[in-house]
Design a protein around this ligand. Structure first.
Ligand SMILES: Cc1cc2nc3c(=O)[nH]c(=O)nc-3n(C[C@H](O)[C@H](O)[C@H](O)COP(=O)(O)OP(=O)(O)OC[C@H]3O[C@@H](n4cnc5c(N)ncnc54)[C@H](O)[C@@H]3O)c2cc1C
Length: 384
């Protein structure tokens, strides 16, 4: 049997979030971009309605909801504010990682504060010399008694300038490759941690930037998972964030498409509403079709995760196609709205800038296709 319906609880949650997005998020979405400000107070308020603790156990103040529900949150919050949807995506990913792999002490320190929206954590893998090929990262963590000493540079990290701490991937073993990488919780206020923000094209309020670690001492208990197994144990979380990113991109694209559908019904040219021209209605029909197809692949992939079934290839499919379809939709919406949409008076240009960022973040389309091809064709046909 196949059942495509959401539960009553999921539908009710969707409605709460849609109302919240409409009344609380849409009005200030462009302001955070213009002022280059992280909306910490709104992030906290998302905590109040359960959005920052979705994948955190109830024992730590979270909602402990399924992945499908987290997907609903990504789609709905992003209708109002793409950038605040990092609260869904990052916290679901980090909430799962800490719940599954962190020590009792780390869980107690961070999970309740993460769930309430009081504290923000980022995830730091990328380095100046290691992006798509993340396994070549060079940041090192040396064991010294009851502590590890971390040194290195992380780049391109979301919430770098605003987070209270980071899950940092560092090398504890072999000089190269995925074996020998471990994950650590590094509080952002430790001596030796410095950050520098970027002048980004989009995702501006999120404070992306570089993190410099200069002999940063962290207690051994801050190791997450087993030493040298960070890539294998912890990276599994990325199958979730990839799907949530796709829904995050679709959410803002849905909002754009619906606003555009209203516009073309009321805007006249050549004596008719624009919606009467097939040159206008067919692109809308085409994009709507593509969005629905990707959306359902996302929910299927989340459902597979909820069932404990393999979904790595499905997550990668969502991650490459979702942001691309969303960017295409928003681009079309700009054209269908005409010249006003090209100004900063309307949110469409920002939505496009924002979505393009997540065509790169969490792995480009090419990297996702490597993942898919490897599963389809077998590891022996991996390009390296
Ligand atoms: C908005 C945003 C948010 C981000 N947030 C985070 C974060 O929170 N934490 C974090 O650790 N990182 C983050 N990143 C960094 C991101 O994960 C990396 O930028 C990404 O993995 C790509 O690495 P790179 O930029 O070094 O590009 P490169 O690896 O240098 O790739 C450049 C180009 O080469 C292509 N390419 C590389 N290898 C292959 C191949 N084998 N076959 C075909 N093409 C290939 C890529 O697809 C890309 O088009 C973020 C980036 C952005 C833009």
């Amino acid at each position: 049997m196949i059942d495509f319906s959401f539960t009553g609880e999921q539908e009710a949650f969707r409605k709460v979030l849609r109302d919240f997005a409409r009344s609380e998020l849409i009005p200030s979405y462009t302001r955070w971009d213009r002022d280059a400000m992280f909306p910490r107070e709104l992030w906290r308020r998302l905590g109040g309605i359960g959005v920052t603790g979705l994948r955190i156990p109830m024992a730590y103040g979270g909602g402990e909801v399924d992945c499908v529900t987290a997907g609903i949150a990504a789609e709905e919050i992003s209708r109002g504010d793409f950038n605040l949807t990092y609260a869904v995506m990052l916290n679901s990913l980090i909430g799962e990682i800490l719940t599954k792999h962190a020590s009792a002490e780390l869980k107690q320190t961070w999970l309740p504060a993460l769930a309430s929206g009081e504290k923000v954590l980022g995830i730091a893998i990328t380095e100046p010399g290691a992006g798509s090929d993340a396994a070549t990262l060079r940041t090192r963590a040396e064991r010294r008694g009851d502590a590890y000493i971390l040194s290195g540079e992380k780049s391109g990290i979301s919430v770098a300038t605003v987070a209270d701490g980071f899950i940092v991937f560092a090398r504890t073993g072999l000089e190269d490759g995925a074996k020998g990488v471990s994950a650590f919780l590094v509080p952002g206020d430790l001596p030796g941690v410095e950050r520098k923000g970027y002048q980004d094209m989009g995702n501006v309020p999120i404070g992306r930037g570089s993190i410099y670690l200069d002999h940063v001492e962290v207690p051994a208990a801050y190791l997450i998972g087993e030493e040298n197994k960070g890539f294998y144990q912890v990276m599994n979380g990325f199958d979730l964030s990839r799907i949530l990113i796709a829904l995050q991109c679709l959410g803002t694209a849905w909002q754009s498409l619906e606003e555009t559908m209203e516009h073309v019904k009321t805007r006249y040219a050549f004596g008719q509403p624009l919606a009467k021209f097939e040159g206008v209605s067919f692109p809308i029909a085409t994009h709507y079709t593509q969005m629905e197809l990707v959306r359902w692949q996302c929910y299927r992939a989340l459902w597979l995760r909820d069932q404990g079934k393999t979904h790595t290839k499905e997550a990668a499919m969502c991650k490459w196609l979702g942001p691309k379809v969303a960017a295409d939709v928003i681009h079309e919406c700009i054209l269908l709205n005409g010249h006003y949409a090209y100004t900063k008076e309307m949110p469409l240009e920002q939505r496009l800038r924002d979505v393009i960022g997540l065509e790169i973040g969490d792995g480009t389309a090419q990297v996702q296709k490597i993942v898919i091809a490897r599963e389809l064709l077998g590891k022996e046909f991996k390009p390296y």
